[in-house]
Design a protein around this ligand. Structure first.
Ligand SMILES: *Cc1c(COP(=O)(O)O)cnc(C)c1O
Length: 421
């Protein structure tokens, strides 16, 4: 039961969490190639429509080796920054496979992407004007806010009345005026209503909205429906995955009908981030202390919020597995503990009041579904080192795909003299 997920998926291949920690140190992000490839295939086959493409949202996990696998599986990609563009190009994505979705960006950033041949999505009227001034006659996409949002936490809802994203759909006449004034060609429209939905109803509704809007423009090359596909974080409690088959067929019907009426060659795009990478990642750490403060039992680990921010940032839940130090069986008896990290802040909590198998100092702890918004949100806060990343390859062998930070990495960007060097 406690290794419910990693046993079922043979997550660790030919090795064990204990061996991995011994070889690569703790904490450690571990990814499973088979799961990653399967999730890519799920999305590529998601919607039965001939000109359907998947743009992986790079911000969920930008490890170069994972990006190469995602590209091999036939996905394109979204970028949110020049840094993501740089990494995507390094992973072998072609400019025409990258879509730059900027938010409040400088003219230099727009041009950085545009001059590389990357399509740029614009997210406000003033930015559209700026784009037109720098690129009269150019090609552009526009991000629309369809007026509805969805998400697991207010911080991740990106559509609707209370977010900073997109151009409101009632401003279409203004968009048209600017397109005309600068002779811009609108190649596509995009939206993204939020993250982690487990039921596709709002997503479906938002697609209907964007299709209606698309009828106001002529000759679009693509309509990008956005991402937000959830994954079941509470697998130990039996939470079920999103039913992609039912949703995909329903969306497929809608898109095929719309295309045949309006624009038979249009490309439809979805933008999953989390769905692609969350489940292929487990974050391993080590239990270094156990104590009781005022009746609460604390299990102290080396997984601070600098390594995994989601629990502190969103109050997010991750299932936890325990791997005894000596590789022995997991005790059946349970204890209730609050699992914390090693950062000097009292909010540094991975899981509060969690029932876990009895565990002791030296045991290894595994935080599952940590592949999305894990490493990509990690930092050097408290001057802690960001962990290494390891891939369990399809044949079961393992390989280092990013080294751990070194102490010297912490000094790398300083311009003065280092007194001890
Ligand atoms: C973050 C983001 C996504 C992906 O979101 P997920 O919840 O990880 O699927 C897609 N599109 C845009 C514009 C985003 O900002």
């Amino acid at each position: 039961m406690q290794h419910y997920f990693t046993n079922k998926t043979n997550f660790y291949g030919n090795t064990t969490p204990q061996e991995l920690i011994k070889e690569y140190g703790s904490p450690l992000y571990v990814y499973n190639e088979n799961i990653l490839r399967q999730r890519c295939k799920d999305m590529v086959n998601f919607i039965p429509y001939k000109n359907y493409r998947v743009n992986y949202s790079t911000k969920a996990n930008a490890n170069l080796e994972l990006l190469k696998i995602i590209r091999e599986e036939g996905l394109d990609a979204d970028a949110m920054s020049p840094g993501e563009i740089h990494v995507l190009l390094s992973a072998g994505f072609l400019p025409e496979q990258i879509f730059y979705i900027g938010n409040n960006v400088s003219a230099e950033e727009m041009m950085f992407a545009y001059n590389k041949g990357i399509t740029v999505s614009i997210d406000s009227l003033s930015q559209l004007k700026k784009f037109g001034q720098h690129n009269p006659g150019g090609k552009v996409a526009v991000r629309i806010n369809p007026g509805l949002g969805v998400g697991h936490h207010e911080k991740v809802i990106t559509g609707g009345k209370h977010t900073k994203f997109g151009i409101n759909s009632d401003l279409v006449p203004e968009i048209k005026k600017l397109l005309k004034a600068y002779e811009l060609k609108l190649v596509g429209i995009n939206q993204h209503i939020g993250s982690l939905f487990m039921n596709g109803e709002q997503y479906f509704k938002s697609i209907k909205e964007i299709l209606k809007l698309a009828e106001e423009f002529e000759d679009l090359n693509f309509i990008d429906m956005g991402g937000g596909f959830g994954i079941p974080y509470k697998k130990q409690d039996g939470e079920e995955p999103l039913n992609l088959k039912v949703l995909g067929e329903k969306i497929g019907d809608l898109l095929n009908k719309w295309a045949s009426l309006n624009n038979p060659n249009i490309r439809f795009i979805s933008e999953p981030g989390r769905y692609i990478v969350a489940e292929c990642g487990v974050l391993l750490g080590t239990i270094h202390a156990k104590k009781k403060n005022n009746g609460i039992c604390y299990t102290g680990t080396d997984i601070g919020f600098n390594v995994l921010a989601r629990p502190m940032f969103y109050g997010a839940w991750h299932d936890i597995e325990i791997y005894p130090l000596n590789g022995g069986v997991v005790p059946l008896a349970m204890e209730t503990v609050t699992v914390v990290g090693n950062i000097c802040e009292s909010g540094d909590i991975i899981a509060a009041n969690r029932q876990l198998p009895l565990h002791k100092e030296g045991d290894i702890i595994g935080i599952t579904d940590a592949g999305a918004y894990g490493y990509s949100m990690s930092s050097n806060y408290n001057n802690r080192l960001r962990p290494a990343e390891v891939l369990i390859q399809s044949d079961g062998s393992h390989r280092l795909i990013r080294r751990r930070d070194t102490l010297d990495d912490l000094l790398r960007n300083f311009t003065g003299n280092c007194l001890s060097c």
